[in-house]
Design a protein around this ligand. Structure first.
Ligand code: NAD
Length: 284
């Protein structure tokens, strides 16, 4: 994963949006760049208070810029440093959420990393790190969310006791040579999400995933930032354009809202058709 800042604008705060999430509070993990940043902006624009999670001190400035941008547009946001793979830090983040916002209504478990290597040379550290952030991190944040939803009880703001959105990937179903750790983590997210959704549906907690295809963010810069790379990427995308973070963010707002109240245990693919076996476009 490169550390460079996403070059994309944050259009959500600049245009009026339906306030589908008015009165609700959201935690977005890994929110200081890429998809997480766009989701945080979109949720704020839809009326939610936002906790912008970032993992390390070096990302504080980026997180604070985002918080200031939301506040400048009349929203309510604050930043919290936490490595989602560390249980004590996640528990402490939820303590702070209770102090700052009273509770949380929506979790977007977005934080994720890649540590790519051919299988034979993949180190245990590369394997463990990706699983720790992408899968265990989502488990820890989802568990604390369910505990908090139950402690808080129903409110007027939503028909659900709480909503969890897991940021998965098309690689929850598409195998990915050279990225075995990443694909395993997202495959794990898929069945964690579905099993959890089944378990907590009677409590009126909805759990779903969004599976992005190729979205223009720092995590996959080498796949889109030269014309040659972009052309090659287009062979995998029937819609013939790369996804933008706003494509994912709009989906997240809708999925978190009562508009999607009967949807749980589902993965929504935001991928321009990448999961449609694009190799068969010309008839196979
Ligand atoms: P990104 O690199 O811009 O964002 C990842 C974020 O996670 C960063 O803000 C980073 O600081 C944060 N993070 C990393 N480790 C963390 C930790 N231990 N604790 C808390 N935060 C941590 O990349 P992105 O593309 O915006 O990725 C966001 C999510 O979307 C990831 O889960 C990724 O797997 C998923 N995704 C992205 C794409 C894509 O094409 N960009 C496709 C499919 C899935």
């Amino acid at each position: 994963m490169t550390e460079s800042r996403s070059t994309l604008p944050s259009p959500f705060l600049k245009r009026p949006a339906p306030r589908l999430l008015a009165g609700q509070r959201v935690l977005v993990t890994g929110a200081s760049s890429g998809i997480g940043k766009a989701v945080a902006m979109a949720m704020a624009s839809a009326g939610a208070d936002v906790c912008v999670n970032y993992p390390v001190e070096a990302e504080l400035d980026r997180a604070m810029e985002e918080v200031e941008e939301i506040r400048a547009h009349g929203g309510n946001a604050w930043a919290h440093q936490c490595d989602v793979s560390r249980e004590a830090e996640v528990v402490a983040m939820f303590d702070r959420i209770r102090k700052e916002m009273g509770s949380v209504d929506i979790l977007v478990a977005n934080a994720g990393i890649q540590r790519d290597a051919p299988f034979e040379s993949m180190t245990l550290d590369q394997w463990n790190h990706v699983l720790a952030v992408n899968l265990t991190g989502q488990f820890l944040c989802a568990r604390e969310s369910v505990r908090e939803f139950r402690r808080r009880g129903m409110t007027e703001a939503s028909r659900a006791l709480g909503k969890i959105i897991c940021m998965s990937s098309v690689h929850e179903v598409i195998p990915w040579a050279g990225h075995v750790n990443y694909a395993a983590s997202k495959g794990g997210v898929m069945l964690m999400m579905k099993s959890l959704a089944q378990e907590v549906a009677p409590l009126r907690i909805r759990v779903n995933s969004i599976a992005p295809g190729a979205i223009r963010t720092p995590i996959n810069r080498e796949a889109w930032d030269t014309p040659e790379a972009y052309q090659s990427l287009m062979r995998l995308i029937p819609a013939k354009r790369i996804g933008e973070t706003e494509d994912v963010a709009r989906t997240a707002v809708w999925l978190a809202s009562d508009e999607a109240d009967y949807i749980t245990g589902t993965t929504i693919f935001v991928d321009g058709g990448m999961t449609l076996y694009p190799g068969f476009e010309a008839g196979g």
